[in-house]
Design a protein around this ligand. Structure first.
Ligand SMILES: NC(=O)c1ccc[n+]([C@@H]2O[C@H](COP(=O)([O-])OP(=O)(O)OC[C@H]3O[C@@H](n4cnc5c(N)ncnc54)[C@H](O)[C@@H]3O)[C@@H](O)[C@H]2O)c1
Length: 331
């Protein structure tokens, strides 16, 4: 099987590629990534002598290249996205371009050449679950910020291409991921790095926002299973049912590193900040037999250890936003 993986130089995509090639020795992957924010080819250094892996620097919006590469692949797995909510609030335009128009060009190629398309979406498209039961795949789509809205638009496009043109596709909606190689601007790596550097930890609002977390290895295993076992046209939620407040996450990391809670600094809240994300993933468990393997506390300890051992990976990526984040202001 030949896979075209888009956005494979990012956090989840690179983890997917390494794990997939380890588990499927006779398959090959071409990774297309435009090396935007969040990407890092160092994530894939271990594959430099693997003849089943290759890389091309290009953009998913480039219909000409996408057509050529899709034609020559069996499966397209799209991780490529603008993925940071804060950036989408400051400037939604790149999110509209990549997350909507990029998905459109992949869908056009998929329908032209009749391939399988795996669309990696997010639980954020359901919006705030505060005071409600967990969302399932049939729940209303109700995004609260530009990132989530562009991902939701892409989900609708994928569904429409299945209904209208009969394309072979699967959509996944996963909760918050964490693990090695996550870009320093996201909550868990940012907290670890700031503690290592003895800097205060900024927390939005009162820190009681609840997110549901999954170790990235559980997420990529679910995607790998869906390629062969999923049903075309279906949506699958993916969660490890680990719902935790942002404050509690930061406190857990402070505990692991033996630092005081007085390092927490409360800053202005993010506009449109959802209070809780919560999804139900019994569908993938029943239909595919996938289940998360990792417990949050163990996986968090492994992640902290990875950042302690891999300063050379994250140190060159540190920017102003990681070192000197300001209380929230819309630019
Ligand atoms: N991180 C999470 O917690 C999470 C949870 C659920 C779903 N997702 C989804 O998973 C996917 C991957 O997320 P991530 O956290 O690995 O993000 P990431 O930002 O680490 O990686 C995204 C990758 O896409 C590439 N990219 C961006 N625009 C591109 C373009 N126009 N053409 C080609 N490549 C482009 C970037 O260079 C980067 O390598 C995204 O679609 C995201 O919406 C993420």
């Amino acid at each position: 099987m030949k896979l075209l993986v888009c956005g494979g130089a990012g956090f989840i995509g690179s983890t997917f590629i390494k794990n997939f090639l380890k588990n499927n020795l006779h398959d090959s992957i071409l990774n297309l990534d435009n090396l935007a924010i969040g990407s890092n080819l160092k994530n894939l250094e271990s594959l430099k002598n693997n003849s089943n892996y290759s890389f091309i620097k290009d953009d998913i919006k480039n219909q000409y290249t996408i057509n050529k590469l899709v034609k020559d692949s069996d499966v397209i797995v799209n991780f490529a996205a603008e993925s940071h909510v804060d950036r989408s609030i400051a400037n939604p335009k790149p999110f509209i371009d990549t997350n909507i128009l990029g998905t459109y060009s992949l869908l056009e190629a998929t329908r032209t050449y009749d391939k399988q398309f795996i669309h990696i979406s997010t639980d954020e498209i359901y919006g705030d679950a505060y005071g409600q039961s967990s969302f399932n795949e049939n729940s209303q789509i109700n995004p609260s910020n530009p990132y989530a809205a562009t991902k939701a638009a892409a989900d609708h496009l994928v569904a429409s291409y299945h209904k209208t043109y009969g394309i072979n596709c699967i959509t996944t909606r996963c909760t918050n991921n964490f693990g090695p190689n996550q870009f320093p601007e996201k909550l868990i790596p940012k907290t670890i790095i700031r503690i290592i550097k003895n800097l205060k930890i900024p927390l939005y609002g009162d820190g009681t926002q609840i997110r549901s977390w999954i170790y990235v290895y559980d997420h990529v295993h679910a995607i790998e299973s869906l390629i062969t076992k999923g049903t075309s046209g279906q949506v699958y939620n993916i969660t490890a049912y680990e719902e935790i407040t942002n404050k509690s996450i930061v406190e857990k990391i402070l505990d692991i590193l033996g630092k005081p809670y007085s390092m927490i600094e409360y800053v202005g809240d993010r506009p449109g900040h959802d209070k809780r994300y919560s999804i139900d993933s019994s569908k993938i468990e029943k239909e595919i037999g996938w289940k998360p393997k990792y417990k949050f506390d163990d996986a968090l300890k492994q992640t902290v250890e990875w950042y302690l051992q891999n300063k050379s990976w994250w140190d060159p990526l540190i920017d102003e936003n990681t070192l000197h984040p300001q209380p929230w202001t819309i630019k």
